[in-house]
Every structure is written in C-alpha cells, then in structure tokens.
Design a protein around this ligand. Structure first.
Ligand SMILES: NC(=O)c1ccc[n+]([C@@H]2O[C@H](COP(=O)([O-])OP(=O)(O)OC[C@H]3O[C@@H](n4cnc5c(N)ncnc54)[C@H](OP(=O)(O)O)[C@@H]3O)[C@@H](O)[C@H]2O)c1
Length: 538
C-alpha cells in the first residue's frame, strides 16, 4: 500500500547552520530534499548524512552563488520544472554583507543585496505558479528567512543586510496576504542570532532591551518556523524576547534608535565622529535621478531656485535637454544632462562614476527615479520584476555607495532617497511595497552609520502624488481628492525635514496620521485590513 506522497522541498543556504537545521528537521518529517548553497563540499556531506539514515533517494545538490545570474538561473529552472516538482521552498539566510556604507566595496555590497533580496525575488517568482497549479496537501508554499535587523535599525554591515532582509520579509508578508486564496502559505522567519545584537560585534536595539531573553537555537527556530508555516502565519518570530522586541520596535521613535546606534563599538566611519563641527550650508552640485518628470523634475526646479548647479538623470534625452535649457536660462545655473537607464548596469555605472568624480563634487544626491509594475506578481514577466528591482533598489544602493565616500571625506553632503508610504503598510501590493521598504530601511540604517560625519541620509516617503506615476501604470487616479499631494508640497516638506535632520520624512498631515496609526496597529491586523484591497499587484 502506498503512503502519502512526500513533500519535496528545496532549501537554499543549506550549508549554513540554520539551513542545515531546516534540512535535518524536514528530512525527519519525511520530505524529499533538494539542497542549494554556496559550498559544494558541505552540500555533498549533508546529502551523504541524510542518505545514510534513510532509504529515500539521495538528496539533489545544487551548488552555486545566488548573486551570480547563471547560478541563480540553475535554481530558478529547478523550481520551474514539473519533473519531481518542488512543493515547499525554504529561502535560507543569505551570506552577510562584508561591510557597511561607506567603506564597503560597492561591488560586494551589491552582490550581498542580490544574494539576499534579488535571489528571494527570483526564486519566489519561479516557485509559486507551479505550486498553485499542482497544489499539495503539504503544507506547501514558501518560507523565507529574514533576521532581527529586518525590523530593527542597525548601523554598519548589519544595517545593509537588515535593509535587504526587510525587503524579503515585506515581499513574503505581502504575497502571503494575496496568495492565501490559492491555498498557499508564505511565512517569513525572523530569528535572533545567538549573540547579543547582530552577532557581528555591531549593536542594534536588541542590546538596549534589558528584558531580552536567551534566543532559541537553530533547531528551536526551525520547529517554531515550521509550526507557524503550518498554521498559516505570515510572520514567525521564534522566542519570547525576540517577539517582544519586534512587536514594539515600530513604536520606538527613530531618535531613540539613533541613540542606541550611537554606542556601538566600531564602524568604518567611527573615526570621523567628533572631528567635524556643526555642518555648513549644503554646497555645490545636486544630482537628481528621474528628473524628467514628476517629483524629480520638481526637485530640480526647487534646487535651481536655491542656486544649485544640477546633474539631471533619466532616459528621455529630449525632456532632460528641454528642462536643462529652461533652468539655465531662468536661474543662471550650470546644468549637466546625464542620459542613463538605471535598469542597466552600464547606466548605473555612468551615474556612479559621475557621483564619485572628485573634481566635480556632488553635495546632494536625490535617488528619485522609480516606478511600479502593472499587473499581478505572478502574471508579470520575471525580467520586468528584475528591471524594477534594479531601478527601485539596485540603483539606490549603488548610487548611495558611490556618493558617500566623497561626502564623508568632505565632511558634508546629503542623500535623499525617494521611498513611499507603501513601506509602512504590509499586505498591499508586492514588489513595489517591498522595494520601498528596502529604500526606507537602507536610508535609516546608513543614516545611523554616518551620524556625526556631517553627512545626512533621509528617506522621503510620499503618499499619492500628482505626477506621471499612475498614468505610466495605465491607471486612473484613485481615491478621494484629499488623499492627493502636489509634487511641490512633497519636495518642500521633504527638504525642510532634511534640514531638520530627520531620517524619514512623510509629507502631508493625512499621511503622517496614516503612518502614525500603522505604527501602533499590529502587523497582522494591518495585513487583514489590507486584504480587502490586496491583490499582489505591482
Ligand atoms: N506619484 C506617487 O504617487 C508616488 C508615491 C510615492 C512614491 N513615489 C515615488 O516617487 C518617485 C518619482 O516618481 P514620480 O511620482 O515623480 O513618477 P514619474 O512622474 O513617473 O517619474 C518617474 C521618473 O523616473 C524616471 N525613470 C523611470 N525608469 C527609469 C530608468 N529605468 N532609468 C532612469 N530613470 C527612470 C523617469 O524618467 P524617464 O522615463 O525619462 O527615464 C521619470 O523621470 C518614484 O521613486 C516613485 O516610486 C511616487
């Protein structure tokens, strides 16, 4: 008599402690396993260990670095195939970023983002359609591993990883809401590391919490995560202390987090602390991406009025040239036009090179270019999702990394990253909200890293704003008129908040109220409320 069909599970980062704990537990539960990870030897050894303790076929092994597109593609194709199909995907913990910003090698921090957020996007997109079509008494679906810094601000390398983890967690939470109707469970796990803080010698808010109790070990994390997944929960935070910290983290005002970040032991820019007096007025040239329309064009206008020379970046040469000509004539400033497609590596490099050019320093970088994708997550071509990831996230990281070293060396400079209120509202949309969650977390965390250097980093989080954004999506304007902001108001309030030293700016009283309420309402309730409109769109 044949028993129930075993669940087939693919685990990435299976060569890490937590990945191994997932593999051993799932094996004990009777799952057939596919092991992916960076170290072929470690994967083979684990496969041999499992093979020695059961009659089951030897687990498949897929070695590779998920930051490498070819290696990622190998795992994507394994998830897409109908031969021995995968019922459950466990996206294990990504290898950490080597360093924080500034200081880290830009290529390495970018690879760390791809290994974490980029891989999660590609793998989840590849896995879900087949899972929905086939179904499995399972439970099937996706488990992603984030980390404590996904919900807690941290400086240094932990902050770089935390921002990527915040993306992974938000993507999982948002899709969980949208795909529950398809009978699939998506759960994001947020384990705390065994040592205080991030376990990497960097402090986070965790160190400042006196009630912190010993975090569970990897086995206990896996047991709790699988139980939460089986119960259909979108968020799993194993351990009482970690649950409490994550629960209250949104209530803690950012200045308190800044203070907590301030007593960390070391960072690449710690040496600059105290060496600079009060910052002087912002100087020189401002570079604005997405300057051909909407909020970016409005930034350009405001900065021209204030007398800044400008570098305008976007794809549309004609519109940039026309804007540049008008601003030169009207305000007598110098305006460079830099035509670049930020979805392409060459376009991002061109802008990064301009930002790093020491002879023509840029004092203000506005990472504004961005857009949402139309349609449902599962109906959207993976290449379209990836291009959106490059513009909305990859470009923000790469350009910030290019601008910061010069700014820190000069002891002054500002970075404004245009995010969205969508980052405070889990359960709505899919990649757009998750990408903006990344931008806000990255901005806050890098702001902690550069505190005291004379450099400021701020996330600007507008709500609905009258620009070309919605027309490009093929959408009519939505909702009541009082929900809509003018780009002028967004830029005016944003620049005032930057001057006031804020790390996060939410223009407009209505949106301040919405974000204030979202901070105190439990995430599960927010997701449930969002379920009324959530579709996994965009
Ligand atoms: N409008 C809203 O309701 C709203 C709300 C919250 C946040 N935001 C954010 O605000 C920012 C600005 O958007 P917006 O509302 O001003 O929209 P918009 O009028 O559509 O402007 C978007 C800008 O991004 C540029 N861009 C798009 N893809 C690009 C690419 N691949 N390479 C280089 N530039 C690219 C566009 O220029 P080209 O087409 O010439 O390349 C354009 O200048 C975005 O980050 C958006 O997510 C908007």
């Amino acid at each position: 008599m044949s028993g129930p069909i075993p669940r087939r599970t693919l685990v990435t980062s299976a060569d890490t402690d937590l990945g191994r704990a997932f593999v051993r537990r799932l094996h004990a539960l009777g799952d057939e396993l596919v092991l992916a990870g960076g170290e072929r030897g470690a994967l083979e050894a684990l496969a041999a260990e499992l093979n020695a303790t059961s009659e089951d076929p030897r687990p498949e092994v897929l070695p590779g670095d998920l930051a490498d597109v070819d290696d990622l593609d190998l795992v994507v194709r394994r998830l897409e195939t109908d031969v021995r199909p995968i019922d459950l995907l466990v996206v294990g913990p990504a290898a950490p970023s080597p360093d924080g910003l500034p200081g880290a090698d830009p290529g390495e921090v970018r690879a760390a983002l791809d290994r974490s957020a980029g891989a999660a996007l590609g793998l989840v997109r590849a896995a879900l359609p087949g899972m929905i079509a086939r179904g499995h008494p399972g439970p099937g679906g996706v488990i992603t591993v984030a980390g404590p810094a996904a919900y807690l601000s941290a400086p240094g390398a932990a902050g770089i990883d935390g921002a990527a983890q915040a993306y992974v967690a938000m993507l999982t939470e948002s899709l969980a809401q949208a795909l529950a109707r398809d009978g699939l469970t998506l759960t994001t796990v947020c384990p705390t590391p065994p040592q205080p803080g991030t376990g990497r010698g960097e402090h986070t808010l965790l160190d400042a919490v006196p009630l912190r109790v010993a975090p569970p070990d990897a086995d206990a994390v896996v047991v709790a995560a699988l139980a939460d997944h089986a119960a259909g929960r979108a968020l799993s935070v194993p351990g009482v202390g970690a649950k409490a910290v994550v629960g209250v983290s949104r209530l803690v005002p950012f200045p308190a987090l800044r203070a907590a970040g301030g007593f960390r032991r070391s960072s690449p820019v710690a040496a600059w602390r105290g060496r600079r007096g009060p910052r002087g007025p912002r100087e020189g040239t401002a570079l604005v991406t997405g300057a051909s329309s909407g909020i970016g064009a409005t930034f350009a206008e405001h900065l021209a009025v204030a007398g800044h020379d400008l570098v305008l970046v976007a794809r549309d040469t004609q519109r940039l040239d026309a804007t540049a000509e008008r601003l030169r004539e009207r305000y007598g400033i110098e305006v460079e036009v830099l035509v670049a497609d930020l979805a392409a590596a060459a376009g991002r490099r061109k802008v990064a090179d301009r930002l790093a050019a020491p002879e023509r320093p840029v004092g203000l970088l506005v990472n504004n270019a961005g857009y949402a994708t139309a349609g449902e997550f599962l109906d959207t071509d993976p290449a379209v999702l990836r291009a959106n990831y490059e513009v909305n996230m990859g470009a923000v990281l790469e350009l910030t990394a290019a601008a910061l070293p010069g700014m820190v060396a000069r002891g002054r400079g500002d970075v404004v990253n245009v995010s969205s209120v969508a980052c405070f509202l889990p359960g709505r949309g899919s990649v757009y909200s998750a990408g903006k969650t990344y931008v806000t977390a990255l901005s806050r965390n890098v702001a902690l890293s550069v505190d005291g250097t004379g450099v400021r980093v701020m996330a600007l989080c507008p709500g609905f704003t009258r620009t070309e954004f919605h027309a490009r999506l093929g959408e009519d304007r939505w909702g009541p008129e009082w929900l809509w902001l003018d780009a002028d108001q967004v830029v005016t309030e944003g620049m005032a908040d930057l001057e006031a030293g804020k790390a996060v700016s939410v223009p407009g009283a209505v949106y301040k109220a919405i974000v204030g309420v979202a901070r105190v309402v439990p995430r599960a309730l927010l997701r449930a409320l969002a379920a009324r409109t959530a579709t996994g769109r965009g």
